[in-house]
Design a protein around this ligand. Sequence first.
Ligand code: MRU
Length: 336
Amino acid sequence: MDYERYDRIRAVQWCGDYLRLLDQRLLPQQEQWIECRDASAVTQAIRDLVVRGAPAIGIAAAWGVVLAAQQAQPLEPALAMLRAARPTAVNLMWALDRMKSRIETGNDAAGLALEAQAIQDEDLAANRRMGELGAALIAPHSGVLTHCNTGSLATAGFGTALGVIRAGVAAGSIERVYAGETRPWQQGARLTMYELVRDGIPAQLIADSAAAHLMRSGAVQWVIVGADRIAANGDTANKIGTYQLAIAARHHGVKFMVVAPSSTVDMATSSGEVIEIELRDPAELLSTAGRRTVVEGAQAWNPVFDVTPASLIDAIVTERGVIEQPDETAMRKVFG
Ligand code: MRU
């Protein structure tokens, strides 16, 4: 795998006493960086989607704890503040729990920085492994559809679902790549297309509403998505619109793959029914690129994740292995 070509973006960068984040609200038009110098700035950046994507949120939060320790702030309130930044992606809570365990053995900033760096490094290694495992499932001459952004921007690097796509393209098995826009925040249009174009991977953007029509055409054999939280029975929360893709995929005989590191698996959550789904400001739907597009006085409902039942998932790819036809028994075999 040519990582020089396929893994060049690092959106979360630790700089010794501050955290540098590529501002994902401005991509692809502007590549601007934000410097977070304390835990509350990191919390705000997570909440405002400067940094987004489940693994990247967890990594940023871990560095937020390091900043609090460096400034000799009380760590419990910093942990609680970061934890409350967004509710659905369990990587956030997972990373903070890991930092908390490290704090219990000593709260020196240098030790905590080693832990945050380990979280970041392990995520990159997991993504590369999942790329190999996921790409091995894809037959030659395949087309794939992805949703949201699951690439280097959303992780420590390489990506989860986008990592599998990168690996499949590099291996020659994936011949066609489609990305849904991902309204309302346009992660697919703004971020996934940005990554694919930078890598020189030919890809076509589709309106989210074109997905079923695309599947009917026979052009895609797999839908490949990431996850924000995978419950003990395999139910998977991911970006709003994922569930309808899974339904359309099953109807058209298209396979459905979820790619996520073990830090996204939440065995303490029994099923998708109890996953908290983040509701964001309706204003995100009422305007496009900062310009109001909907009549004044209109209201909107803006859930930003949904749950795909395990029964609609053909494979969950983690760095620990592939779980085909996931259910609680299959999940417990890998995750205890
Ligand atoms: O609201 P976002 O942009 O943070 O949502 C991101 C997603 O839903 C991704 O698919 C998921 O976090 C996996 S990223 C590797």
